[in-house]
Design a protein around this ligand. Structure first.
Ligand SMILES: *Cc1c(COP(=O)(O)O)cnc(C)c1O
Length: 332
């Protein structure tokens, strides 16, 4: 059996430390451990954010990173919103490219890839700074070779609709920060146990938002409906890429509020599909919605053809099988 996603790491990573006034020159170090003061700000006050992006091997042997600039922008924004020291975006790009290049020979061929996890957190040893930012920080780029996300079979997911609780505090939604996942963990565990849900679709006050780590797209015939960007949820790069490709294919993209009531009405119609978007899987089909104890199949409750078509369109660009017309790939 293949190793679980994200459990195998390349032995080195690029790292740089911010000492309060500048970033240390980036260096490659062993990725098997990190020395931190036990009073480090991140360990007490969760001053941490990260990214998830991928590098792909093409048939010509080249290795290409997908939408690196977008992910760097989002990491810089997460850092700013968490009051972490400002990242040097050019340095971050160099560190990502250097780390991927270092292990270029070990980037798996499609459907595998090299998953890249840039991580930034506050290191100042100061446990009295609950309401004060860390003056120092650490940034590193960890990489993990990953196989076919759908190796175990492509299965339509079951989502529990949660219209009371929320994934995280509303002003934290667009920050890719550790505390948000900790905040959603217990509700997701309960949903798995109680109704065998794979994920919770958070819909605070009836507003369909996203799951614990992926955006939600409703596909009704030629139209894709998904929540318009605001600060309450994570602005997925995959979401943006799929919407762009959908427009290219002549589909109507509606970025707007979607209520639970409208979602359940539309889901019942034949030909309706839903999917979760994220870097790990691109698009994962959703087959069943569970709301107030009732199960609602989406369309036929299985894997939708438009979902597969859009996933393939994005994979084809990532895998170098079709021209990169939007300039999304960075060759290392
Ligand atoms: C990472 C993430 C996503 C998906 O973002 P991508 O850039 O598409 O990988 C969506 N929601 C949450 C909460 C996430 O953490």
């Amino acid at each position: 059996m293949a190793a679980a996603f994200g459990t195998v790491f390349m032995p080195e990573m690029a790292i740089s430390w911010f000492d309060g006034s500048g970033w240390s020159p980036a260096e490659m170090v062993s990725s098997d451990s990190l020395t931190l003061h036990p009073g480090a700000h991140v360990l007490h006050y969760s001053s941490t954010c990260f990214e998830g992006l991928k590098a792909f091997r093409h048939e010509d042997g080249s290795v290409n990173i997908f939408r690196m600039d977008r992910n760097i922008e989002r990491l810089a924004q997460s850092s700013e919103l968490l009051a972490l020291p400002a990242l040097d975006k050019a340095m971050v790009a160099e560190m990502i490219k250097t780390t991927v290049a270092r292990f270029a020979d070990e980037v798996p061929a499609p459907p595998g890839s090299l998953y890249i996890r840039p991580t930034h957190f506050g290191t100042e040893p100061a446990i009295g700074k609950a309401a004060v930012p860390s003056l120092t920080s650490c940034f590193y780029v960890l990489v993990s070779p990953v196989g076919d996300y759908f190796a175990g079979g492509d299965r339509a997911l079951r989502l529990l609709l949660e219209d009371e609780g929320m994934r995280c505090a509303p002003h934290m939604g667009m920050i890719k920060s550790g505390g948000n996942y900790a905040s959603a963990l217990r509700p997701i565990m309960r949903a798995r146990e109680a109704v065998q849900a794979d994920q919770i679709l958070f819909c605070p006050g009836g507003d369909v938002q996203e799951t614990g780590a992926a955006n939600f797209l409703l596909i009704d015939g030629n139209e894709i409906i998904t929540k318009a960007l605001d600060e309450s949820f994570l602005h997925g790069v995959t979401r943006d890429s799929i919407l762009t490709l959908a427009r290219d294919l002549g589909m109507t993209v509606s970025e707007r509020e979607l209520t639970v009531t409208e979602l359940l009405e539309r889901a019942a119609k034949p030909g309706c599909e839903a999917a979760l978007s994220g870097t790990a899987a691109v698009l994962t089909p959703v087959g069943t919605l569970i709301y107030k104890g009732q199960e609602h199949a989406i369309g036929k409750g299985n894997i939708g053809s438009t979902t597969l078509k859009l996933r393939r369109a994005l994979n084809d660009i990532q895998w170098g099988k079709t021209p990169d017309t939007h300039g999304w790939l960075t060759r290392v």
